[in-house]
Design a protein around this ligand. Structure first.
Ligand SMILES: [Cu+2]
Length: 150
């Protein structure tokens, strides 16, 4: 889909269904990614094992703040992200072409333990989540993707 058509579709959606302010400062992920069926994977560049878990939720309601817990482990146990890399959450509804309401941000709770308590979805439905490993230039170095219907 061309950028113009995509924008038109998004505008149509926003005007028709009243989804609130999509995040405009992030790109929508490409569709040619493998969706993970399990809740653990690896950031292969780092050699770090990643697990994620919702602490309550996810709920597809704009007022609900969902919490996602992420842990990072090396072969020797829990490990923090290296300097200059951060974890970011992102999600889109591919069937409707819009992103989530608020991706929140991760806070470090303990070594290798990161919690995001501010994730909000505009609506229930088929969501495609992404966990990004991002550098200080806002480049996504690695990406884990999984689908959830809620
Ligand atoms: Cu939607």
């Amino acid at each position: 889909m061309s950028p113009m058509k995509r924008l038109s579709a998004l505008l149509f959606f926003v005007l028709s269904f009243g989804c609130e302010s999509p995040m405009n400062n992030r790109v929508v992920g490409d569709d040619n990614v493998e969706s993970l069926k399990i809740s653990n994977a690896q950031f292969t560049e780092l050699g770090v094992y990643v697990t994620w878990q919702w602490l309550g939720g996810p709920v597809g309601r704009i007022s609900a703040r969902n919490q996602l817990l992420v842990t990072l482990k090396s072969d020797n146990g829990p490990v923090d992200l290296p300097e200059g890399l951060s974890l970011e959450f992102y999600s889109t509804m591919p069937s409707m072409g819009h992103p989530l309401e608020d991706a929140g941000y991760f806070e470090r709770l303990a070594e290798g333990v990161y919690l995001n308590t501010e994730i909000r979805f505009n609506m229930p439905g088929d969501w495609r989540h992404e966990l990004w490993l991002m550098n200080t230039n806002f480049e996504v170095k690695e990406r884990l993707v999984w689908d959830e219907l809620f």
